[in-house]
Design a protein around this ligand. Structure first.
Ligand code: NAX
Ligand code: ATP
Ligand code: MG
Length: 342
């Protein structure tokens, strides 16, 4: 054998030995780097499907009502009654057992009339709003703050008190819509709270960025931007919705590109924040063992984004341009089974 061939054979043998020895840790480092800087591989996507499947509670006859999730939605005012309804009914359709809405007095009869399945509390604009909601906090697993809340100062001041009371009880918070308006006014309210998930659309993301970092968002680096905002907020989980949903806890950035459709009717974001309610409860209950070391909130967020986009896809197949959020909500059961129960 020529000297050159011997060298090549020896090098290959060395490389095989190194891969055998260091392959698994090397792959894990590569995977982390990969998910930080590049789109996820198909293998990573499969992993996340599996992680979501791991957190979904197994069907059993042994449970009592409430164990699979008691979710509260804080929102609903004179103008907006659809958004809190969409969020609260989505939480139920995904699998929560009970769904409460804490709204302004005028919104309550309207929301109740949409659905007998929701428990509606007309307390949000009362002088004792914080105490009224506080009474229910011991029973709630997750609070979704903001869908259809509006921007009335008195209402927002009450919601500030509710957020503080929830933090004091370590209750996970999903903050969306006008809840994000409040956070943009007072970022300290959520700074460093590890059980918070913010779900901004494009406008809401720009407002948060302006408030927390300042200046315009760098549109050439969406991944870097979501990572930076999460870090600046003290590693609060941020879900930036858009053509791709980008999810970060300040350490990792995940992308969700599940096929949806071209239809962007109002209320899709409410379906997302509502479905996050039970997903967050299940992920935290399952713990890092079931999420294979990944942050439970990242797994919950990826699951809810994937589900919302699949609902959009299925509804669009049936209804085309007339697709509305109600059509998407009708798809939750089938979409969930297809994605997470195979
Ligand atoms: N049926 C209902 O009751 C609904 C009520 N909603 C509520 O309406 C309130 C305000 O929410 P908005 O999302 O309108 O608040 P924003 O103030 O964040 O959005 C305002 C405007 O931004 C524009 N915009 C959206 N995406 C954009 C993009 N990619 N580039 C440039 N402009 C863009 C929208 O057209 C909208 O006019 C919230 O309380 C929300 O929950 C919505 O959830 C939709 C459904
Ligand atoms: N360009 C897009 N292509 C595909 N899916 C998208 C696109 N933009 C948003 N979505 C999906 O739609 C859902 C809602 O995002 P959107 O940005 O519409 O929220 P929103 O503005 O808060 O909605 P809402 O009307 O409920 O307030 C998310 O799950 C997101 O993945
Ligand atoms: Mg919204």
């Amino acid at each position: 054998m020529a000297g050159r061939e011997v060298a090549v054979t020896a090098a290959l043998a060395l490389l095989s030995a190194a891969i055998a020895l260091y392959g698994p840790p090397l792959r894990s480092v590569l995977r982390r780097t990969f998910s930080l800087h590049k789109a996820q591989s198909v293998e990573d996507m499969e992993n996340f499907f599996q992680l979501v499947r791991n957190i979904v509670p197994a069907p059993t006859l042994k449970k009592h009502k409430g164990q699979d999730g008691q979710i509260g939605v804080v929102g609903g005012c004179q103008e907006y009654t659809g958004a809190p309804y969409f969020a609260a009914i989505s939480a139920l359709k995904v699998g929560a057992d009970l769904s409460h809405v804490f709204c302004a007095r005028e919104a309550a009869p309207v929301i109740k009339s949409y659905s007998p399945e929701l428990i509606v509390h007309p307390v949000l604009d009362s002088l004792s709003a914080v105490e009224e909601v506080q009474k229910w906090l011991p029973r709630l697993h997750v609070l979704i703050v903001g869908p259809g809340l509006g921007r009335d100062d008195q209402l927002l001041s009450n919601v500030r008190g509710i957020v503080e009371a929830s933090k004091a009880r370590d209750i996970p918070l999903v903050i969306d819509a006008d809840g994000l308006w409040l956070i943009a006014q007072q970022p300290a309210l959520i700074q460093g709270y590890q059980k918070a998930i913010l779900t901004p659309n494009k406008m809401e993301f720009s407002r948060l960025w302006e408030a927390v970092i300042g200046g315009p968002v760098d549109d050439r680096d969406h991944r870097g931007s979501v990572l930076r905002l999460s870090q600046a907020l003290g590693n609060v989980t941020v879900v930036q919705k858009g053509e791709q949903d980008l999810i970060s806890n300040g350490q990792q950035v995940l992308a969700c590109s599940q096929e949806g459709s071209s239809r962007r009717c109002g209320g899709q974001g409410d379906l997302l924040s509502g479905s996050l309610g039970p997903m967050v409860h299940w992920a935290l209950l399952a713990g890092p063992e079931k999420t294979n070391g990944s942050s439970p909130l990242l797994v919950a967020a990826w699951g809810a984004c994937t589900l919302t986009r699949q609902c959009n896809h299925q509804a669009f197949q049936k209804h085309g341009r007339s697709t509305t959020t109600t059509d998407m909500i009708s798809e939750v059961g089938a979409a969930f089974s297809k994605l997470f129960e195979t």
